[in-house]
Every structure is written in structure tokens, then in C-alpha cells.
Design a protein around this ligand. Structure first.
Ligand SMILES: Cc1cc2nc3c(=O)[nH]c(=O)nc-3n(C[C@H](O)[C@H](O)[C@H](O)COP(=O)(O)OP(=O)(O)OC[C@H]3O[C@@H](n4cnc5c(N)ncnc54)[C@H](O)[C@@H]3O)c2cc1C
Length: 446
């Protein structure tokens, strides 16, 4: 993925710079084989309005790209216009009222750095280079989201260019149905968001990481323990298990028990992660580190140097589940046994959401989350490696209540991602605001 350089252009498919401009928008180094007819690299809101009007006049469908981190490369479709918003990356922070207005092309890490200087906080994505545009629209499982809510719950307004080229503002009072949709519609949103208005939080005073690493032979007992203790883990802890063939510290097939923690004191953090040292399995750890203070910035950058490497061909897939883990253990063992080389990895996340959330498009989540990230580098991958994430998620499908749009794989494996009533309302709004279907629908849906 390339950061935008120079003034944005409109680039037709026959032009020599087209391929690099298109594929350079994508974090995923896979070539999806799809090609739009033209790329419009917007420099400002005026360019976005002009592009949408051109698409309307010429009958073109529109695919939108902010940070290009859609694993499925949702913005790259056959035919029509690809609208690149990466240059709309402004950040304006209002310290007095604890709000910010950002462009969709602003990166998670950039916003986090700007806020850190002012001791303010937003639940940005976990990796530095994720675009805020797509992240906010799909829900946004950000840092401290179990405490501060999903990122989309902290969007208090949007400025959006609709299918007819008009620019409107939406908040809780004005055009509120657009804000409702923007909180969770993700890659099925039916307008171009050119500015997000965000509610900010005081910055947690302590950020740390607790880490234990086990050999993969302990997988079943660790997963069963994690599933058992998960519901009682403090919301300030992002309790997760990651298994990969090059686990931290042991550089071989292992399982990392990771617990980033964001609190207001070292003491509170220590208490919140104490359950890890109290585990009966502790003595089996190959590596057990004490709670370490670490900056969020460092964690965001480290993730992209270890697990989420760029220049990698990725296939991600995911599932939400309420089922207890025990019946899934044989399938998890198969996932581990067949997992391709690092950076491919599996993530189990203790989510345990609150009993209710505000009414918004986002409406599907569950007790735990499982995601597979098949990351291939070089040419040695086998067909089984290529389809590892999709095949194993398909095999586990009956245990799942649906998928997360953050790690969607809808083109290959369409699955529920929203409560049925919310999806029906979203479809009604789409028919009203985008009657001609100007904006691409979800992949896997007509
Ligand atoms: C390395 C990595 C780490 C990640 N970490 C997290 C994480 O911690 N938490 C999490 O929740 N997700 C995470 N994700 C998933 C990520 O949030 C989604 O892929 C999100 O869509 C990325 O936003 P983007 O702007 O970079 O992507 P894009 O690919 O640009 O956008 C995805 C889709 O959203 C729509 N869209 C984007 N911008 C706009 C806009 N301005 N107006 C209208 N529609 C728009 C388009 O349909 C577009 O195809 C991660 C992804 C990667 C690759």
C-alpha cells in the first residue's frame, strides 16, 4: 500500500500509471483481478462532488477507498469508478469540547499521535496504517473499545456526498437516518463520507502489555482456560490468543496469550491482568513476561512488523460465536496443524459485549471472536494455504452467529453481518438515498 503522493489525478484504464495507482491503494498485496474503468484521486470535497456527479451522468458505479485496508479489497471492482479518498486526511482537534473532525483518509496511527500530544483518546484501529474511513463505517473494534464503545458509537456526525452529488451533514438531530446507517454499514454504505465528527475521551494514563507464550501442544488447555475466564476479565483488558508458526520469543509454532491493558494507573492494570499469572497453566509457559508499560503507538507499529506484514497476499475470514469452546477444540487443532507459515495467524478474542448498545446499523456481535488471517509471501504457497482461512471458517460455520465486517470475506463466503431487522432498514434507506444503485453493494450480494 502506498501513501498518496502529489496532486490527485483522474486516471483512465489505458493510462500507464493506472495499474500502480489502483493496486497501490490496497494493503493486501493480492491482485484481485478486478479492474474499474477509471480512478479518481480526490484532492478535496469539491473533487468528490464532481466525481459523484460525473458517475451519475455517465451511469458509472462507484467504489470507494479511504485507507485501502479492506482485506477483500472491496473497493476494487469490475467497471465503473474507483474513488480514492486517501488525500482527504485532515485532522482538526477541538480540545475545548473534546471533539475532532477528520478526513476519511486519515490513518489510525496519525490520529492517535495527534491525540496523544493533547492527552486525548479515540478508540482507533489496532494497526497504524488502517484508514479511519472504512474502520469507522464498519463498526470499529478499536483500542479500549470494550470501555469506550465501538468507534462508530463515537461518531457524532458525518458530512456525506449522496448519490445525486449533494453534500449533507448528518447527526443525531439532522438526517439522523444517515448517521444510523454510517454506524455499521461498512462496505455497504450508500454515500461518500468526506468528514467524520468524533467524540473524544480522556487518554488512559497507563498502557501496558502482559504476554505469555506457549508451545502449540498446549492449545486445547489454553483455549479452554481462556474461554472459561473470559467473561470475568476487566473491559480494560483486550484479552486475546494468537497462534502462529513463529510465536514471539520461541520462534516456532506457538500460542501467544496477549493482554494489552489501558487504565489510569499501573496498579489498576496489574490487578486487571492478574488472572494471567493466576492461571493453573502458567508453569507450562515457555515465555512469561511481567506487565510492561508500552506506548500505544509502539503497539500499533509493532503489529504491522510482526503479524500484519504489508507486501503480503492476505485472505481474512472471521466468525462471532456464543458456543462454548470445547466442541470446537478438534477444529481449532486442525486450524493450527494446517496453518501456513507466519505471518499467517489465528486470533481468538474475548469480546463479551455489553448487554445493549444504541440503535444503529451495527448489530451483530457475540461472546467471542475468531479470525483467521492467511498471509502468503513468495510463490511457494499451496492451494490449501490459499484457502486456509475460508475453508476452516466454512467448516465451523454452524457454530457461528455471523461475521465481523472488519475481517469480511463476503465475496467468497457471504454470511450474516447485521441483525435482520437492521439490514432490512439499511436496504430501505439505500433504496431511498441511492435509488439507481450508484454505490457498489456488499460483495456477495446482488
Ligand atoms: C492490518 C489491519 C489491521 C486492522 N485492524 C483493525 C482493528 O483493529 N479493528 C477493526 O475494527 N478493524 C481492523 N481492520 C479492518 C479495517 O478496519 C477494515 O478493513 C476497514 O474497512 C479499513 O478501512 P480503510 O479505510 O483502510 O479501508 P478501505 O479499503 O479504504 O475501505 C473499506 C470499504 O469501506 C467503504 N468506505 C471506506 N471509506 C469510505 C468513505 N469515506 N465513504 C463511504 N464508504 C467508504 C468502502 O466500501 C470501502 O471499500 C484491520 C485491517 C487491517 C488490514
Amino acid at each position: 500500500m502506498n501513501r498518496p503522493t502529489g496532486t490527485g489525478q483522474t486516471i483512465g484504464r489505458q493510462e500507464p500509471t493506472f495499474e500502480a495507482a489502483l493496486l497501490g491503494t490496497s494493503f493486501n498485496a493480492q491482485d484481485p483481478g478486478r479492474r474499474p474503468d477509471l480512478i479518481v484521486q480526490a484532492n478535496d470535497v469539491g473533487d468528490v462532488i464532481a466525481a459523484v456527479k460525473r458517475a451519475r451522468d455517465e451511469g458509472l458505479k462507484i467504489g470507494i477507498c479511504s485507507g485501502g485496508h479492506s482485506w477483500a479489497q472491496n473497493h476494487i471492482r469490475n467497471g465503473g469508478m474507483m474513488l480514492d479518498l486517501s488525500r482527504l486526511n485532515s485532522i482538526a482537534i477541538n480540545e475545548a469540547d473534546g471533539t475532532a473532525i477528520i478526513g476519511p483518509g486519515c490513518l489510525a496511527g496519525e490520529l492517535n499521535e495527534a491525540l496523544a500530544k493533547r492527552r486525548l483518546f479515540f478508540p482507533v484501529a489496532h494497526a497504524y496504517t488502517v484508514g479511519m474511513g472504512g474502520f469507522l463505517l464498519q463498526g470499529g473494534f478499536g483500542w479500549n473499545s470494550r470501555t469506550n464503545g465501538l468507534a462508530c458509537q463515537n461518531v457524532i456526525g458525518i458530512d456525506v456526498v449522496l448519490a445525486d452529488g449533494t453534500l449533507v451533514h448528518a447527526n443525531e438531530q439532522e438526517n439522523s437516518e444517515l448517521l444510523w446507517a454510517a454506524r455499521g454499514a461498512g462496505p455497504g454504505f450508500f454515500g461518500v463520507v468526506v468528514r467524520f465528527h468524533l467524540n473524544l475521551h480522556p487518554r488512559p494514563k497507563f498502557v501496558g502489555l502482559k504476554l505469555q507464550v506457549f508451545r502449540i501442544r498446549h492449545l486445547e488447555e489454553i483455549m479452554a482456560w481462556a474461554d472459561r475466564v473470559g467473561p470475568d476479565v476487566s473491559p480494560s483488558v483486550e484479552f486475546q490468543l494468537v497462534f502462529n508458526r513463529k510465536a514471539t520469543g520461541i520462534f516456532s509454532h506457538g500460542l501467544e496469550v496477549m493482554a494489552p491493558v489501558l487504565t489510569d494507573s499501573w496498579r489498576a492494570a496489574r490487578d486487571a491482568v492478574a488472572f494471567i499469572d493466576q492461571s493453573p497453566l502458567r508453569s507450562k509457559a515457555s515465555l512469561a513476561l511481567p506487565l510492561m508499560p508500552i506506548s500505544l503507538n509502539m503497539m500499533m507499529k509493532t503489529g504491522e512488523k510482526t503479524l500484519f506484514l504489508p507486501n503480503t497476499r492476505w485472505t481474512a475470514d472471521s466468525m462471532w460465536m456464543n458456543d462454548p469452546i470445547d466442541p470446537l477444540l478438534p477444529a481449532l487443532r486442525q486450524i493450527a496443524d494446517s496453518q501456513p507459515a507466519a505471518p499467517s495467524h489465528a486470533l481468538w478474542l474475548n469480546w463479551n459485549p455489553p448487554a445493549s448498545r444504541p440503535d444503529m446499523a451495527f448489530s451483530l456481535e457475540a461472546r467471542t471472536y475468531l479470525a483467521l488471517y492467511g498471509g502468503l509471501r513468495g510463490k511457494a504457497a499451496t492451494p490449501a494455504d490459499e484457502s486456509w482461512a475460508t475453508d476452516h471458517m466454512r467448516a465451523l460455520q454452524t457454530h457461528s452467529v455471523g461475521i465481523q465486517l472488519a475481517d469480511e470475506n463476503l465475496g467468497r463466503r457471504p454470511m450474516p453481518f447485521m441483525a435482520p431487522d437492521n439490514l432490512a432498514r439499511l436496504d430501505t434507506l439505500r433504496a431511498r438515498f441511492d435509488p439507481e444503485g450508484r454505490f457498489n453493494p456488499y460483495m456477495g450480494r446482488p
